[in-house]
Ligand binder design. Structure first.
Ligand code: SF4
Ligand code: SF4
Ligand code: SF4
Length: 199
């Protein structure tokens, strides 16, 4: 699999890639695992209840060794990567990128084969078994088109999860934290706050 991922990466750096217009800014120190972001996402996107499809997932990862143990929370979704491997491998070309960089799935064309999920380093792709279609975060593109921010970011009580113009985010914080896959492969539109946010 590592060889295949490398091959796709080589294709992607040669191929067309549109710059991100929007991106995420996440501060793990501020996340309290309340999962309001997950709930708002499910509700706004009308994701069925009773199936484990979550476009946004809050992960709790234990760190250190007893008695010096701590928990790190990461609220992650699709990162609308600049060099999206999912888009490159889809055999039916169901995955596409808008002019503003948002990566979307064309539902009618998706055959639910699952290949994109295997090539996403961030487990963003979610197979809806009821409909046999792949789904993922759309960055709430209909809301963005209406001048509104993504639903998940509007409910975060601690401002751990933020969203905005990528130009204003891309130089803040760092591009990788522990338990986040290396960004050099797909160039995800997310940064992590390690110092106070200036925005
Ligand atoms: S996070 Fe995964 S699903 Fe989203 S654009 Fe990147 S590779 Fe594709
Ligand atoms: S941007 Fe919208 S679809 Fe994406 S995780 Fe947030 S609420 Fe869900
Ligand atoms: S709403 Fe904010 S604080 Fe709560 S789990 Fe999501 S990112 Fe963390």
């Amino acid at each position: 699999m590592a060889f295949c991922v490398l091959a796709v990466f080589r294709l992607s750096v040669k191929g067309e890639s549109l710059m991100a217009t929007y991106g995420w800014l996440f501060d793990p120190k501020r996340c309290i695992d309340c999962k309001a972001c997950e709930a708002a996402c499910k509700q706004w996107n009308g994701v069925e209840t009773g199936i484990d499809v979550r476009y946004r997932r809050v992960r709790a990862v234990e760190r250190g060794e007893f008695p010096q143990v701590s928990v790190q929370y990461l609220s992650l979704s699709c990162n609308h990567c600049e060099a999206a491997t999912c888009l490159r491998v889809c055999p039916t070309k169901a995955i596409f990128r808008r002019q503003d960089g948002i990566v979307l799935i064309q539902e009618e064309t998706c055959v639910g084969c699952g290949l994109c999920a295997k090539f996403c380093p961030y487990q963003a792709m979610q197979l809806n078994w009821q409909r046999r279609k792949m789904e993922k975060c759309t960055m709430c593109s209909p809301r963005i088109d209406a001048g509104l921010p993504p639903a998940c970011t509007t409910v975060c009580p601690t401002r751990a999860l933020m969203w905005g113009e990528w130009d204003q985010i891309k130089d803040q914080g760092v591009d990788q934290v522990e338990n986040f896959s290396p960004p050099m492969l797909t160039k995800p539109a997310i940064r992590f706050v390690t110092t106070e946010w200036k925005g």
